[in-house]
Design a protein around this ligand. Structure first.
Ligand code: MN
Length: 362
């Protein structure tokens, strides 16, 4: 993926801030800025040094061959130091006479201290430096997220035929994962959540060895990866016939989901969109059972900007991709979440999730 315009946008930002250099160490930011999407895994050892003159990737010998191939014909130079990567990087910065560098605010504290000591100059930590650029997707990024969402839709369709009473949550989670990996996905975006019965009252339950029983809510939250980009979707079904209480809760969450989608458009703040959906749940008497944010951005990472929550004070930009995922969680009883992925646009949003949302009784 050619990423030269991303580099020039970052350089413009450096010039505006009057900072001569930035050191980028967060791997999704490294992947984004270089456009080397199939080189670095989440555990990769890599960093970038960017100045008005230099665009250099630092890594170690494990990644040398693949980064050299990816960098060919791009603006990026490669440096594979014999010794510790950050020592070499700091020495290079000092050798260029640079006395101020920018670091991402997400830099781990130990790394921050190490770089600060080796560099010896002035270190400025900046929020959302690359994350702000990543928030607005290019059309080629949206194509990938849409494909990841299509894998998720197919997996939901498949799992409805697969789940039977007596099956453990873990076996359903594994089936979702295998299906996504073997039906168009290049991986999974996160470990699937399959939360049944009382476990469904925990928003991020994961999976357990609990066997799914007749009468359970079964909350399924899962996502695929496609060419590095994530999808995210939640549906909640009932094993057997739904009770009146289950219908009531599901109906309220669905109304909040639809209100959130209706409210979601560029220019509104994340907090405002969140509040629209929350008010629907409060009106239905479930306000106290919705404790998390309405949604989050999705891209190279499963959780990124923008934040559709009370903390989302900024206007959500056109071209961002976000989830709309209200939920009601009643301790001891169970919970429902309905989550869709959308592209935010001027005047509205476009759904990327197409799985049915009415209450499904298996
Ligand atoms: Mn989500």
């Amino acid at each position: 993926m050619n990423s030269d315009h991303r580099l020039s946008t970052l350089r413009r930002r450096l010039a505006e801030e009057e900072i001569p250099a930035v050191v980028v160490t967060d791997i999704p930011n490294v992947i984004y800025l270089t456009g080397f999407d199939d080189v670095f895994d989440a555990m990769a050892n890599a960093a970038l040094l960017v100045t008005s003159e230099v665009a250099r990737v630092y890594t170690d010998s494990r990644y040398e061959t693949s980064v050299a191939a990816a960098a060919e014909g791009t603006s990026w130079a490669l440096r594979v130091p014999k010794d510790a990567m950050y020592i070499a990087l700091c020495e290079d910065v000092v050798a260029q006479g640079i006395d101020v560098i920018m670091l991402e605010s997400s830099v781990p504290y130990g790394r921050f201290r190490f770089i600060s000591e080796k560099f010896g100059g002035n270190v400025r930590v900046v929020d959302q430096l690359v994350e702000g650029l990543r928030q607005v997707k290019e059309s080629r990024e949206i194509v990938r997220i849409r494909e990841a969402a299509a894998v998720t839709d197919r997996a939901f369709d498949h799992i409805l035929d697969f789940i039977t009473p007596g099956m453990t949550e873990a076996s359903v989670g594994l089936e979702l994962e295998v299906f996504m990996r073997t039906n168009g996905g290049h991986g999974i975006a996160f470990d699937p959540i399959v939360a049944s019965g009382p476990n469904s009252a925990m928003p991020h339950a994961g999976v357990s060895d609990r066997r799914i029983e007749i009468g359970d809510f079964v909350k399924l939250d899962f996502g695929a990866r496609y060419e590095g980009y994530c999808s995210d979707m939640t549906r909640t079904v009932v094993m057997g016939s739904a009770s009146d209480r289950q219908r009531e809760i599901h109906g309220a969450v669905l109304a909040a989901n639809l209100a959130g989608i209706e409210a979601c458009r560029a220019g509104r703040t994340g907090a405002d969109i969140h509040e629209t959906a929350r008010a629907v749940l409060a009106e239905a008497g479930f306000g106290e059972y919705f404790g998390h944010g309405l949604g989050h951005g999705v891209g190279l990472e499963i959780h990124e900007q923008p934040s559709l929550s009370p903390r989302g004070r900024n206007a959500v930009p056109a071209g961002s991709v976000a989830t709309i995922e209200p939920g009601v969680y009643i301790p001891g009883f169970g919970g429902v979440r309905i989550e869709d992925l959308v592209v935010v646009e001027d005047g509205g949003c476009t759904l990327l999730s197409h799985s049915p949302k009415e209450l499904i009784e298996l």
